[in-house]
Write a protein that binds this ligand. Structure first.
Ligand SMILES: C[S@@+](CC[C@H](N)C(=O)[O-])C[C@H]1O[C@@H](n2cnc3c(N)ncnc32)[C@H](O)[C@@H]1O
Length: 245
């Protein structure tokens, strides 16, 4: 696969979703979602309350890049979509983002993010955490524009559980990233030069997701591709507006 392809040429190369039974097998929900768990990363310990998503290897692809600057948030306005436990917000605070919009539809995830941020980052001049509970960008204050947005969406294409918390965390499907791109476009949320980083695998309908991004005027490129050697291939897409790279 030509990992330098962009736009419609990239779309043509994307793999189809894995067979349904394979998707269901690799996304079996853990039985402990409704318990308090613990997440350790980068020397930090995060308590994970019931219902809050436990970051996995895919989450880490974004967390590591925020930390080492491959996703640059310093001095920038950052939207952490579907922030979950809040690791992205903590890293962005440590890195000195100007604004950190920590967004999730799940109030307990946003409250958890605030707690971890206050504990690990605290007051920092030139950096503001703005917690937002809402469906995608609906709760964002008027007039906000963003320089960088990350999203690890619950885009798995098969319903792997009838537990609404599992669905919210894992398998809403391609309709969510589709609405995400439509809102970014219609609300004109991305500042000039802005970047969107979206992490999705072939357990999701990659074609539909990237086609929606193209329809909304984004130019997608593969920033990173990881083959887990079990049939699952995860893509970190970097999307910009129009033809700009
Ligand atoms: C796969 S988890 C990712 C969490 C965290 N970013 C990470 O990588 O560890 C998806 C997150 O999206 C949130 N979410 C689901 N639907 C949403 C929506 N419509 N608007 C905002 N957030 C949503 C979930 O509550 C969950 O926290």
């Amino acid at each position: 696969m030509d990992t330098t392809a962009s736009g419609p040429a990239l779309l043509k190369q994307l793999p189809p979703p894995l067979p349904a039974e394979r998707i269901i097998a690799v996304n079996q929900p853990k039985a402990d979602l409704h318990t308090t768990r613990s997440h350790e990363w980068n020397g930090w310990t995060f308590e994970v309350p019931p219902g809050v998503f436990m970051p996995g290897w895919t989450s880490r692809m974004i967390h590591e890049r925020l930390l080492d600057g491959r996703i640059d948030v310093r001095g920038r306005r950052y939207g952490a979509m579907g922030v979950g436990l809040g690791v992205e917000a903590v890293v962005a605070g440590v890195r000195g983002a100007r604004e950190i919009h920590a967004i999730d539809i799940h109030p307990e995830s946003v409250a958890t993010t605030v707690r971890h941020y206050e504990r690990l980052v605290g007051e920092r001049e030139g950096t503001a955490l703005i917690p937002v509970v809402g469906d995608l960008f609906d709760g964002l204050p008027e007039g906000v524009r963003l320089d960088v947005v990350t999203f690890n969406p619950p885009a798995v294409s098969q319903t792997v559980s009838d537990d609404p918390d599992v669905v919210r965390n894992v398998c809403v499907g391609a309709s969510l990233p589709a609405r995400f791109f439509a809102q970014l476009n219609e609300k004109d949320l991305l500042a000039p030069g802005g970047e969107v980083f979206l992490v999705v695998s072939n357990t999701a309908d990659l074609h539909t997701i990237i086609r929606h991004a193209l329809d909304q005027g984004f130019t997608p490129r593969i920033d990173h591709l990881h083959d887990w050697q079990d049939g699952v291939v995860t893509f970190l897409f970097r999307l910009t507006r129009g033809g700009r790279a």
